[in-house]
Design a protein around this ligand. Sequence first.
Ligand SMILES: *Cc1c(COP(=O)(O)O)cnc(C)c1O
Length: 220
Amino acid sequence: MSDIYQNLQRIKESLPDHTTLVAVSKTKPASDILEAYDSGQRIFGENKIQEMAEKWQMLPKDIEWHMIGHVQTNKVKYMAPFVHLIHAVDSLKLLKEINKQAKKNDRIINCLLQIKIAEEESKFGLSKEDTIEILADNELSALDHVKIVGLMGMASFTNDEKQINQEFENISLFFKELQPKYPQLKELSIGMSGDYKIAIDHNSTMVRIGSSIFGARNYS
Ligand SMILES: *Cc1c(COP(=O)(O)O)cnc(C)c1O
């Protein structure tokens, strides 16, 4: 049996029932994705729109494609016909463009708001204040073709488990705080290969796992 199959089984067994596995296939060939597909995996995450669109064209059409990377407004049109969930939305301007392109395709596109939880400066994402502002914005309620279904966050890239714990706790509490007012927020996308077990302890509903399934990525 292949490594991909075995890795998938092992990870799936360690996930609670309410946690969805997004298999992050960025940089990996279609053959790897098909191997995971043949093991039953249907949800895949990519971080480049063009790469995702190419894979969408050549692979089985019952795959759910998730865009997990930073999105440039001018590229939304290339994924609007098929993308299932956009994880890293960080502005009203981007939501407006997603709405426009979704409308052209007669679709409603699900989105997560990316919250900045890491202390590192490099990470994208919204502050809590900006998030509350977007959710309450009257312009948002006019966007019939986008639906904000949850939050996404990335912890700092560190071995300090205490810090990761704190960052995930932070977003998890914020998520719980928002839910009574915004019951459409159902997904909390936190956890990657190195930290998904900690994310599960903080009520992750969606983990985005790449290298633990497909092996290390080669960017050369
Ligand atoms: C690459 C990536 C992942 C997966 O990372 P691994 O460490 O390989 O599991 C998860 N989330 C985002 C946003 C990514 O870019």
